[in-house]
Design a protein around this ligand. Structure first.
Ligand code: DX5
Ligand code: ZN
Length: 219
């Protein structure tokens, strides 16, 4: 089952409520929420108060991507703010296995994210516990970058690893996904597609329709 998860980082924050309504009306079910702490990644984005505020009006599935050092400090807070799924970076956790349990205990689905240079073997002993793996397809931290070509092999290798183990883990890709790169990631096995600039740049409804067409081509 394919899902488009528009990355709110590229939204116009002056018109955030309106834009979230537009994506919901276009049939989108997920919202990708990028939280950056200025330490794990250079930039700072937004945190719990913004999520709490949009939760009041939105029926979207909140897919919260924590680009935060030692995210175990904040799991409860993000769950309370309204996260449905919380993804933490393997590189940012001292105790990844424990952090995944903490996310589940807080009542959320759990994802693990890997930066482009982080090998899949980091997942060896936790893959069975996670609902989703997020493969970064650009260097983590900013929207609007170009897709790293080597990511396609990594998606295929992860898909093979999941299939070999008889799991049904979702594969999310994040960074540089647009109408030019969507087909290769879907072919490789990704099923949850994050897109920021390719959704919020220009005509949001038309952009979403482009992704929905791509999903239909790969059914
Ligand atoms: C980058 C963020 C992404 C980003 C994607 O570190 O995790 O979610 O917003 O933006 P685009 O789709 O523009 O590359
Ligand atoms: Zn993200």
């Amino acid at each position: 089952m394919y899902q488009l998860s528009p990355s709110m980082l590229s939204a116009d924050f002056n018109r955030l409520g309106e834009q979230l309504k537009t994506i919901e009306e276009s049939g989108v079910k997920w919202l990708h929420i990028d939280v950056m702490d200025g330490d794990f990644v250079p930039s700072i984005s937004f945190g719990m108060p913004v999520i709490t505020s949009i939760r009041k009006e939105s029926g979207l599935f909140f897919d919260v991507h924590l680009m935060v050092s030692n995210p175990d400090r904040y799991i409860e807070d993000f769950a309370k703010a309204g996260a449905d799924l919380i993804t933490v970076h393997a590189e940012a956790c001292r105790h990844l296995e424990g952090c995944i349990s903490q996310i589940h205990k807080a009542g959320c689905k759990a994802g693990v994210a890997l930066n482009p240079a982080t090998p899949l073997c980091q997942l060896d002993y936790v893959l069975h516990k996670v609902d989703m793996v997020l493969l970064m397809t650009v260097n983590t931290g900013f929207g609007g970058q170009s897709y790293i070509e080597k990511s396609t092999d990594k998606i295929k290798d992860l898909k093979a690893m999941i299939d070999e183990r008889g799991l049904e883990t979702d594969i999310q890709v994040d960074g540089g996904i647009n109408q030019k790169t969507i087909d290769r990631v879907l072919e490789a096995g990704a099923n949850i597609i994050v897109a920021g600039s390719a959704v919020f740049g220009g005509d949001i409804k038309a952009n979403i329709a482009g992704f929905q067409d791509a999903f239909a081509r790969h059914q």
